[in-house]
Ligand binder design. Structure first.
Ligand code: LMR
Length: 399
């Protein structure tokens, strides 16, 4: 049987990890998968995480199952982080959280839930988006279609086109929105633009599925949650998939959550029972280590403060790197072409580099990024920035 199956190409993002590792170019730079890197090019374990892990070693007494919804301490602290301490959604007991193996696992829970309960619905996804969105909905057999997001000519957010498409979505369908730090583009909506999106969601009774993987990387932990909070307060039903991969640097621990907001507590309990069943059929119980770390950090005033400052440091460093990139391209006459990099938010930038330019960067310079021109801004540093800009200038015909 195995001889009959198709040989598949590598994943457009994860496949770059292996290709990069095999490259022998000493100057190589990895701008592929979305992991934060410090000035030395390392992805360190956060200090708050190390301290929490040390505490866990002394406190942990068992390795028994943690249950379908995961660790209650984790849920208790993630919900106010997402909705805000004073959230009416929490006060009214309309929200439920099911711990999941990363943001991807949470999306899979959402997809499975939709497949079981609303198989006729289409999920509307921004064009472009994180490629795994398509793979997840394809895996469960849920239909998907696109709404416009970026103007491919100008490489800027095309909000009028986005609105026009959202207005055409059949009533009751699902709309996948990126809460902040849009992956792959880095173009986010303003508060006023979110209000316009909200009005369409209300009018057409659309169900938002909000991918919230980068809380803290855009403008700050609270500001980045503004859209999630607005939609959850104003709409009867919302689905959110949150991740601790980036903001806690816990990528390989696979820790995220599916959060559902229902009209009332009764509906919330129904949704919660569905999520337990979906989780059970996928992996039974979620892994415990990541949630124990996050719960320990958020429950401790001291570790919480330390963690918040570490998130601020990561965000500020990325923003500095964005500015430095545009400055370093100025001598090549490319500052205007790449000005968007300083305007975008989060870990990624849709650079506007074309697939053939990306291929040339990889082949000739050992610079790896996603074929669509998505760069991980945290992937370069002050030392290799001149080399990166020289290479970009070269493929853009400016040198
Ligand atoms: C990315 O977009 O690079 C990250 O979210 C990692 C992944 O799973 O693709």
């Amino acid at each position: 049987m195995f001889g009959q199956v198709e040989l598949l190409p590598a994943d457009p993002i994860l496949g770059l990890i292996e290709a990069f590792n095999q490259d022998t170019n000493p100057l190589k730079i990895d701008l592929g998968v979305g992991v934060y890197k410090d000035a030395l090019g390392n992805t360190p374990i956060l200090k708050s995480v190390r301290e929490a892990e040390a505490l866990l070693l002394t406190r942990e007494t068992t390795k028994k199952y943690i249950g379908s919804h995961g660790d209650p301490l984790f849920a208790k602290h993630i919900l106010p982080l997402v909705f805000g301490e004073a959230s009416s959604v929490l006060a009214e007991q309309r929200a439920t959280l099911t711990q999941a193996p990363g943001g991807t696992g949470a999306l899979r829970l959402a997809a499975d839930f939709l497949r079981r309960n609303a198989p006729e619905k289409t999920v509307w996804i921004s064009n472009p988006t994180w490629p795994n969105h398509y793979a997840i909905f394809d895996s469960v057999g849920i239909k998907h279609a696109n709404y416009a997001y970026v103007d491919s000519e100008t490489n800027r957010l095309d909000f009028p086109a986005m609105l026009a498409d959202l207005k055409q979505i059949p009533q009751g369908d699902v709309v996948l929105l990126h809460a902040c730090c849009h992956n792959p583009t880095g173009f986010d909506l303003s508060t006023a633009q979110w209000q316009e999106v909200l009005a369409i969601l209300q009018e057409r009774e659309l169900l938002p599925l909000i991918d919230f993987a980068y809380q803290g990387f855009g403008e700050g932990l609270d500001k980045d949650a503004a859209a999630v909070r607005l939609l959850s307060e104003q709409l009867p039903e919302v689905m959110i998939t949150a991740s601790c991969s980036k903001n806690f640097g816990l990528y390989r621990e696979r820790i995220g959550s599916f959060i559902g907001v229902a009209k009332n507590t009764d509906d919330m309990e129904k949704l919660r029972s569905q999520m337990a069943s979906v989780a059970r059929a996928n992996y039974s119980n979620p892994p415990a280590h990541g949630s124990a770390i996050v719960g320990t950090i958020l429950a401790s005033t001291e570790l919480n403060t330390l963690w918040r400052s570490e998130v601020d440091d990561m965000r500020n460093r990325i923003n500095t790197l964005r500015q430095q990139f545009v400055t370093a391209l100025t001598p090549y006459g490319l500052a205007e072409k790449f000005a968007c990099v300083a305007e975008q938010q989060g870990m990624f930038s849709y650079s506007g580099l074309k697939p053939h330019e990306v291929a040339q960067l990889q082949k000739e310079f050992g610079i790896y990024m996603v074929k669509t021109g998505r760069m991980n801004i945290a992937g370069y540093n002050e030392q290799n920035l001149p080399y990166l800009c020289q290479a970009i200038a070269s493929v853009c015909g400016k040198k």
